[in-house]
Design a protein around this ligand. Structure first.
Ligand code: NAD
Length: 295
């Protein structure tokens, strides 16, 4: 059975682990934080039960899926027999460069090393390894078990064979892979994040309130979620860091982060994960507008 190591057991890592395990792969899920591993297993079990209740999944495969996942806090032990590593650790370039050096040293020479990064250059990550041709972006969308897209990002040195292998594997997972090249933001975030930034600018300039902006985009453009609510779900810190990558990468003012976004991140208003962003997620006022701040 093929071994897939998933490095990072946070929001994305647990979803990626679940999807591979559901499709019969042996998953080695790694995190430096033991509690992240424990809570990933709880989340995966909950998600599988929910899918079974909805009739999307046969309940008899729940035990089998969970049995396909082993957890590790030591990277070396977890990746030594891996066929593929999918890195889904915190979005921080210095951390990813350090992790890819370690992965390169510890994983079998034939293993493909993939990153789920939202915006960090795959070519840059690949360059710290001795196998840049086997490094690729495998950008899953959140929530991973539900979202069909995998943005497959070819680094400067990625070979056709490696790209084809990841495209074929993504299809095996029931996903729709889309092959793109390695430029800042790739495709998904080059288009999405400036739109979110523009929604924040629209709020900042007092053109309309939070609810009004989201309603225009939901009902007018048939978006399932307004851009400000989506920003809260992605995390305002993540949106800001992707904008910084676009701004640095293209040196164009259109990518400059809105000062309101910068201020909210400084104030720790990061969206759902901090309990407040453009909306309030505290238990009593779930998804209510934080109106005072912007009126
Ligand atoms: P997260 O903060 O939920 O999880 C990151 C995990 O990485 C944490 O559990 C942390 O303990 C772990 N980690 C940190 N340093 C580590 C190390 N040295 N070794 C092992 N584990 C380590 O983050 P996330 O939202 O799951 O994002 C992970 C990656 O996926 C990022 O690159 C992000 O840009 C990308 N991504 C996120 C989303 C999203 O919507 N959240 C969507 C697509 C891609």
């Amino acid at each position: 059975m093929q071994i897939i190591a998933v490095l990072g057991a946070g929001t994305m890592g647990n979803g990626i682990a679940q999807v591979f395990a559901q499709h019969g792969f042996q998953v080695h899920l790694i995190d430096v934080a033991e509690p992240a591993l424990a809570s990933a297993l709880v989340t995966i079990e909950k998600n599988l039960n929910r899918l079974a209740e909805k009739g999307v999944l046969d309940s008899h495969i729940i035990g089998e899926t969970l049995g396909n996942i082993k957890t590790f806090t030591e990277l070396q032990e977890a990746v030594k027999d891996a066929h593929l590593v999918v890195e889904a650790a915190t979005e921080n370039e210095a951390l990813k460069l350090k992790l890819f050096k370690e992965l390169d040293a510890a994983a079998p020479p034939s293993a493909i090393l993939a990153s789920n990064t939202s915006s960090i250059s795959i070519s840059r990550i690949a360059a710290v390894t001795q196998r840049p041709e086997q490094v690729i972006g495998m950008h899953f969308m959140n929530p991973v078990p539900i979202m069909k897209l995998v943005e497959v990002i070819r680094g400067y040195s990625t070979t056709d064979e490696v790209a084809e292998a990841i495209v074929a594997l993504s299809k095996k997972l029931g996903k729709t892979p889309t092959l793109v090249n390695d430029y800042p933001g790739f495709v998904a975030n080059r288009i999405l994040i400036p739109m979110i930034n523009e929604a924040i600018e629209t709020l900042y300039h007092g053109v309309a309130g939070v609810t009004e902006i989201d309603t225009v985009m939901k009902l007018g453009m048939a978006h399932p979620m307004g851009p400000l609510q989506l920003a809260d779900f992605i995390g305002l810190d993540v949106c800001l860091s992707i904008l910084n990558v676009l701004y640095e990468g293209f040196k164009q003012p259109k990518y400059a982060p809105c000062p309101l976004l910068v201020n909210m991140v400084r104030a720790g208003k990061l969206g759902v994960k901090s309990g407040e962003g453009f909306y309030d997620y505290s238990e009593s006022r779930k998804a209510e507008k934080v109106s005072a701040q912007f009126s």
